[in-house]
Design a binder for this molecule. Structure first.
Ligand SMILES: [Mg+2]
Ligand SMILES: [Zn+2]
Length: 178
């Protein structure tokens, strides 16, 4: 059996990017994110969170802090009937040259292992607010949606094959209507 997967960036996509978010008090879902996650599930997507957390490598917070925050995120969503199927974290710094920091593809292998199913990449989507998210998705062979953010500008966008949106919610609106 194969699954189509929504590979979702975390900060700036699922939650508001307040900068190195690692406490539950700093956790704020982006507008209509919860509803968007539910619709992705209803539409048959496995939900995978793929997130670079270099704050761990730099000592701003620990991987236990990140795990706790993710438990909080999952519990909050579960109480609303929304399940996250996989969470994959890169704890490294850019200089570590690891194989998991997006746009490297290591986190996708992690997701595949957690799902324990083959992924149908051509039917999958990657959604994020940085160009590194889009590069990750392109290399995987998924569709891609890029959320407008301070991290990129139109001039850097070298292709029109990426859906450009204001939010996760808008991305999902478009995905489920195509
Ligand atoms: Mg982000
Ligand atoms: Zn890494």
């Amino acid at each position: 059996m194969t699954r189509k997967v929504a590979f979702l960036d975390r900060d700036g996509t699922i939650n508001v990017d307040h900068g190195y978010v690692h406490k539950t008090t700093d956790w704020e879902f982006t507008k209509d994110a919860i509803h968007a996650l539910r619709r992705l599930t209803d539409f048959g997507f496995a939900i995978a969170v793929v997130t670079n957390q270099s704050g761990i490598a730099s000592g701003r917070y620990s991987s236990a802090d990140v795990d706790q925050l993710h438990e909080f995120m999952q519990l909050t969503l579960e109480n609303l009937g929304v399940e996250i199927d996989a969470i994959a974290v890169c704890p490294h710094h850019q200089d570590d040259r690891c194989k998991c920091r997006k746009p490297q593809l290591g986190l996708a292998a992690d997701v595949q292992q957690q799902l324990n199913e083959d992924i149908e990449y051509a039917a999958s989507w990657t959604i994020g607010d940085k160009l590194s998210d889009i590069e990750f998705g392109r290399k995987l062979g998924t569709h891609t949606a890029l959320i407008r953010s301070r991290y990129w500008n139109e001039l850097e966008l070298d292709s029109d094959s990426t859906l450009v949106v204001e939010s996760l919610s808008e991305a999902v609106d478009q995905i489920v209507s195509t």
